[in-house]
Design a protein around this ligand. Structure first.
Ligand SMILES: Cc1ncc(COP(=O)(O)O)c(C=O)c1O
Length: 445
């Protein structure tokens, strides 16, 4: 373990002890003391969707690096970039025809809102700039993407830099089980800022860490589609986590009753072997540029580089040839059931949600079965530390200051995890939760 006093790294949390992970194989990682952990978080961030140590992807990267690792996309292109764009369009929802590459999730989301804004300007609709999004979300740490969430804890101390986008409450079981309150809030915001100023509605189709495996009720999605038609804004999905298979579809958009105009995706495209993300958009978005200025020039140095695109191509090849979308779709519901059964009877577990290999466990105060857990108990932190002691990596989040979410855990293993490892992950996690639940019961008494 490394503490902030033993390192030159500027760590994310100065109080935390960090295991030094030195190797990985499949769904396992090993630290410098030889301790092995089951990786129920795909590398900690849900990026390592195909597991660790894949020789085939490493070989694809090696071959590409020896032929041509890098050229920039502003004046040059390369076959890997061209091919990956073509293959992504093939698996994207119907009507999506163009791809722009970036190097990660926040960049994908930020460029998605830039494309949305530029789309309106290209069409002469120059007033449209504001984005509306659900408050309880995470879209990245850059100033623009922080402005897309309404979470005070994430935005502090950067408030002075935040763009004044608008947010609506999430329609969870606690606040809005039908989705009607969220639609009302959306209407109110649209009216306040004026429909002619709205550029886009931006959201995760199925949430990751901010509300693990949650998606608003169908009524909300249908109502959102109807408002898009009425008011002329675009819908952007953050599929940074859900894209490329996580929920048992190529894109989670396929599970919902509306097709977005723009999708940002990242983690599963490089599967932890390359830093790559992409924005995919519908033809009507692209046509605004094709018929307009014929330019959209924002870009980064590594966008569409041959090395990262070669990795992306191999990742798509593995996902297809090993039928991993089908596996996640078929195995995910059973994994959810196994997790729920293993946690059965634990009073602080309110719900186990799941979409494919994106699962979430939500905790409540066991004394009434519905309030948030008192934040001073630090349940999320205890769950993660106890899990680590028990040799399994999960990711829990603390209650948010705006009161939209309490303690909860995300469970998102690699798609390739063998059944025996999935069972062992569930067993280690259930043991963890029972230990923490006993501590919590003792302290709440
Ligand atoms: C839903 C979601 N969107 C965006 C991001 C930001 O992606 P990146 O860290 O690659 O910038 C993340 C990262 O965890 C995420 O979970």
């Amino acid at each position: 373990m490394i503490s902030s006093t033993d390192t030159r790294v500027f760590p994310l949390e100065l109080e935390r002890l960090y295991p030094v992970v030195v190797r990985g194989e499949g769904a396992w990682v090993e630290d410098s003391t030889g301790k092995r952990y089951l990786d129920a978080m795909s590398g900690g961030s849900m990026a390592a969707t195909l597991g660790h140590g894949r020789r085939d992807i490493i070989e694809a990267a090696r071959q590409q690096a020896s032929r041509l690792s890098y050229v920039h996309n502003e004046r040059l292109t390369n076959p890997q970039r061209e091919q990956l764009a073509a293959e992504l369009v093939e698996v994207a929802p119907p009507g999506m025809t163009r791809v722009r590459f970036v190097t990660g999730g926040a960049e994908a989301n930020e460029m998605a809102i830039q494309i949305a804004r530029a789309y309106h300007v290209e069409r002469g609709d120059t007033k449209r700039w504001q984005v509306i999004s659900p408050a309880q979300a995470y879209h990245g740490p850059t100033m623009a993407t922080l402005g897309l969430t309404g979470r005070p804890g994430l935005q502090a101390p950067f408030g002075p830099y935040m763009t004044a986008h608008r947010h609506i409450p999430p329609s969870t079981w606690r606040f809005d089980p039908t989705g009607e309150a969220a639609l009302k809030a959306l209407d109110q915001v649209i009216e306040e800022i004026g429909p002619e100023n709205v550029s886009a509605y931006f959201c995760e189709p199925i949430s990751a860490a901010a509300l693990p495996a949650y998606s608003p009720p169908e009524k909300f999605w249908r109502g959102l589609a109807e408002r898009r038609d009425r008011h002329g804004f675009l819908i952007c999905y953050d599929e940074v986590v859900t894209g490329v298979g996580r929920t048992g579809e190529w894109f989670a958009a396929e599970k919902l009753p509306l097709t977005p105009d723009i999708i940002g995706t990242a983690k599963g495209l490089g599967a932890g072997y390359a830093a790559i993300g992409a924005i995919v958009c519908t033809d009507h978005v692209y046509q605004a540029f094709a018929r307009g200025s014929r330019r959209f020039t924002p870009g980064h140095t590594w966008d569409g580089a041959p090395l990262s695109c070669a990795v992306g191509l191999k990742v798509l090849d593995v996902v297809r040839s090993e039928r991993l979308i089908e596996r996640v779709r078929e195995r995910g519901p059973r994994l959810r059931d196994e997790l729920a059964a293993a946690l059965d009877g634990v009073a602080m577990v309110h719900e186990v949600r799941g979409h494919g290999f994106l699962l979430g466990v939500e905790y409540v105060d066991p004394r009434d079965g519905k309030s948030f857990m008192p934040p001073e108990l630090g349940v999320a932190r205890r769950v993660d530390l106890t899990a680590m002691e028990n040799g399994v990596i999960v990711y829990s989040t603390m209650p948010t200051r705006d009161g939209f979410a309490g303690d909860q855990t995300l469970f998102a293993p690699p798609f390739t995890t063998p059944d025996a490892d999935l069972s062992e992950m569930v067993a280690r996690f259930a043991k963890t939760i029972r230990i923490v639940a006993a501590q919590v019961d003792g302290e709440l008494r």
